[in-house]
Design a protein around this ligand. Structure first.
Ligand code: ARG
Length: 485
């Protein structure tokens, strides 16, 4: 018989997982089941949060007289050593001990004896893991928020240099109206600004303490949960123990915000890919973000934006995974929740890497010798402008011109359609039609029409708040710069 109630507990009860819940079990897990159920090889990433949570818990246990000051001191000492061991790479993670929590607790007990065994008083792995994931995610959200700020700054700096550069604005990917390249880039700044706001909002709900909920119903010890929350810098305490240990909505919310942010990156990627194709020729990105082809010597492929577009699918997939994970789980904790970690970790890693790369790809890298950023997006203003001259991008301006002369907009629209048709037949731009020809479409057209048919005239005319006129773009730039400073 391998394990029965008559077996005496060993000195080191937590050497293997089966010993963690001990006497009740009559047979050990098979290796396959061990591997299937354990999470240590991915959740060890939570070790810092786990130790932080444990130290706050132990401090409170001691302050409440639930454990002695001496035990508390031993726990602190043991945790300091464990921290050093993990940082030095010398900590031995054991599959047998299932997860990060049991691994650390077992080592603590090995180091400090009974004090280590008292740490779990008034606590369960259910509230422990929920706390750890929240603490870890809070830290990552802070990193991501910083990176979103950097990316916005890169875009703002690039926009600032290109306020007067004109490219065709598209709808349906058909040339629509001329826009400032700076204005176009600031559209993405708005998106990433909202992404940062979403992250900040999610953070408020992440930063709440489950610890003290124990397995599901609370605990019989006189815990001071508020004290633990304060010492962990959390904004509050989860108010329902069942909810606290079971819901992962905070992780799902984060994933949704991350997925949306990746969708913005993906749209931007799509534009970068189009813009750098020979058919557009609008931009260049630095060689270090591209690769060649093994067969076609002339190729420079935009691998980084393409991969970012591809990785968006992966992050959106993680959101689907997490939200589906929650569906159908009865209260309270279920082991299903262990599956929250890998998608969450991968989402964080993918988003952080992508944001870092994009900041640099757009804005360049600081040259410490000159103090200037180099190697950001290269803009071919001429190619952009040439493209804007194709496709009758100022047709709306001609219609607006006629409206100002008293025509109802619908009639002006119709008149301009005739003019565009004639220009297409002649193979010229509207601005290249002689005044006499234009007057044939409407007698009130005069010499000043050419001002509004020019790209620059069209741009300057869109001088409403949020419009593409350089004056508006400069006002937006000033607003963003003040905000991001
Ligand atoms: N590794 C587990 C997780 O990630 C920890 C909580 C386990 N709790 C339990 N009652 N089995 O969710």
């Amino acid at each position: 018989m391998s394990n029965s109630s008559t077996t005496q507990p060993s000195h080191n009860q937590l050497d293997t997982k089966a010993q963690a819940w001990s006497a009740l079990f009559s047979e050990p897990m098979s290796d396959l089941v061990k591997r299937y159920t354990s999470s240590v090889f991915f959740d060890k990433r939570l070790w810092q949060a786990d130790i932080m949570g444990s130290l706050a818990h132990a401090e409170m246990l001691s302050a409440q007289g639930i454990i002695s000051a001496q035990d508390h001191a031993s726990i602190e000492k043991g945790m300091a050593q464990i921290t050093a061991e993990i940082e030095a790479g010398g900590f031995e993670w054991k599959l047998d001990l299932e997860d990060v929590h049991l691994n650390i607790e077992a080592r603590l007990t090995q180091l400090v004896g009974d004090a280590g065994k008292r740490l779990h008083t008034g606590r369960s792995r259910n509230d422990q893991v929920a706390t750890d994931v929240r603490l870890w995610l809070r830290g990552e959200i802070d990193v991501i928020s910083g990176l979103l700020g950097e990316l916005q700054k890169s875009l703002v700096e690039t926009a600032e240099r290109h306020v007067e550069v004109i490219l065709p604005g598209f709808t349906h990917l058909q040339v629509a109206q001329p826009v400032s390249f700076g204005h176009h880039l600031l559209a993405y700044v708005e998106m990433f600004k909202r992404d940062a706001e979403r992250m900040a909002d999610v953070r408020r709900r992440v930063n709440v303490l489950p610890l003290g909920s124990a397995a599901l119903a609370g605990t019989t010890y006189p815990l001071d949960r508020e004290r633990v929350a304060r010492s962990l810098g959390m904004e509050g305490v989860c108010q329902n123990s069942l909810d606290a240990v079971s819901d992962r909505d905070f992780a799902i919310e984060f994933s949704a915000a991350a997925a949306l942010c990746m969708v913005h990156i993906s749209r931007f990627s799509e534009e970068l890919i189009l813009w750098m194709s020979q058919n557009f020729g609008f931009i260049k990105i630095a060689d270090r973000f591209t690769t060649g082809s093994s067969i076609m010597p002339q190729k420079k492929n935009p691998d980084v934006p393409e991969l970012a577009r591809g990785k968006t699918g992966r992050v959106v997939g993680h959101l689907m995974g997490l939200i589906t994970l929650m569906k159908g789980q009865p209260l309270a904790y279920n082991k299903d929740n262990q599956e929250d970690k890998e998608p969450l970790f991968d989402t964080v890693d993918t988003l952080k890497d992508t944001l870092r790369i994009f900041s640099e790809m757009v804005g360049g890298q600081l040259n410490p010798a000159t103090g200037v950023k180099e190697g950001g997006i290269g803009v071919n203003a001429e190619a952009m402008e040439r493209a804007a001259l194709k496709g009758y991008a100022t047709a709306t301006d001609l219609a607006d011109y006629l409206v100002k002369k008293g025509l109802p907009f619908r009639d002006a629209h119709e008149t301009v359609a005739h003019a565009v048709k004639a220009a297409i037949t002649e193979g010229v731009d509207l601005s290249e039609l002689p005044l006499a020809t234009l007057q044939g479409f409407h007698p009130q057209i005069e010499q000043d029409v050419f001002e509004c048919l020019s790209l620059r005239g069209s741009l300057n005319a869109r001088n409403t708040l949020g419009g593409t006129a350089p004056a508006q773009v400069r006002a937006q730039l000033a607003r963003h710069k003040a905000r991001l400073a």
